[in-house]
Structure formats: C-alpha cells, structure tokens
Design a protein around this ligand. Structure first.
Ligand code: SF4
Length: 175
C-alpha cells in the first residue's frame, strides 16, 4: 500500500492542522462536518495525483462510526464514502448485510496488556474476555469451551453480540 504525499500535505494530521490554521479555528472547537467535507474534497486531488504518477489503483477507506444509527457528523454526505446509508425514516443502517460468519475466529486473537484474551481488536474494552494467560496457556484458551461458544454465537446469532454489529467483517470498507 502506498502512502500518498500531496504537494503540501503528508498525512491527515498535517491537513487537519492546515485547516485549523487557515480558518483560525480553536483546537477545542473543531467543526467536524466542515473538516470532513474538506477531507473529501482532497480525494479528487489525490486521484489526480495518482494518475499523474502512474498509480495502478487508488482506494479510500471508509470510517467506522460507533454511534451511527441516529446520524453522526462523521458520516460523509456522499454515501459512496460511507459504510452506512440513510433510510427513508432518516436513521442510518449498515450498507452490508450482517452475515453469521467471521474468519478472525479461526485465525487470530487479541491479547490485552494485562494478559486477557479477547476475540478481536473490535473488543476495545475487553468486554468479551475468553481467557486469561496468567492461568491458562494460549492453546488451552484457543480450544476452550468459552472460545467455542463465542464462535458458535457468531455462526448463529452474530447480531446479538454488540461488538460484532458494526465491525469490518463482511463490510466493504474501501470506497
Ligand atoms: S467484532 Fe467482527 S471481527 Fe470481531 S469477532 Fe465479531 S464479527 Fe469477528
């Protein structure tokens, strides 16, 4: 993956600082909608540059928004750059269907700083602790009943597990 460096900016933070300075915005009072729209306008510049320098493919990753159901300033107005879509009622839903599967359950786990084993990096608060490496080996936890139960829940009722309702599994994240 290439990290594109535009003429004046090297990364998102650089660009954010530019907008803050240009519009004399207080750093404690950043208007997220305005900044998001500014970022989107830079997409065309990145596309143009990628053509000029002969990049084969350029893709943009959409953002995960925790609290998306009632709308959120971080959801782009242009649906093409969003994982969510607005319904006729005015609320927001995921664009993709929530399939009962997750490849991560058979390929990796996450170990927290204090030795707890959780299913994946979407469990940021270690709410679904499957085991503790202080008392069991990784192999024991990997094959344990609690891990098998968690996997089974994903294969049958993924929509009942809150962390699994808005993660990247099965989602088209690249706009
Ligand atoms: S949050 Fe997503 S990636 Fe993590 S276990 Fe659930 S479905 Fe899999």
């Amino acid at each position: 993956m290439f990290n594109i460096k535009l003429e004046n900016f090297e990364g998102p933070l650089d660009l954010l600082l530019y907008f803050i300075k240009r519009d004399k915005i207080d750093i404690y009072d950043i208007p997220i909608t305005q900044i998001t729209n500014e970022y989107i306008s830079v997409i065309d510049e990145a596309k143009k540059l990628s053509k000029e320098i002969g990049v084969d493919e350029i893709r943009f990753k959409t953002a995960q928004v925790y609290d998306y159901k009632n709308g959120n300033d971080l959801i782009p107005e242009n649906e093409k750059y969003s994982r969510y879509k607005k319904t006729k009622k005015g609320d927001f839903v995921l664009k993709n269907k929530l399939y009962n599967h997750c490849w991560r359950m058979w390929s990796s786990s996450v170990i927290t700083f204090d030795g707890k084993l959780v299913p994946c990096c979407f469990d940021k608060d270690a709410k679904y602790q499957i085991g503790d490496l202080h008392s069991s080996s990784f192999k024991e936890i990997w094959k344990s009943k609690s891990y098998q139960n968690f996997r089974k829940n994903i294969l049958t009722n993924r929509n009942k597990i809150d962390i699994c309702q808005n993660c990247t599994e099965g989602t088209k994240v690249w706009a």
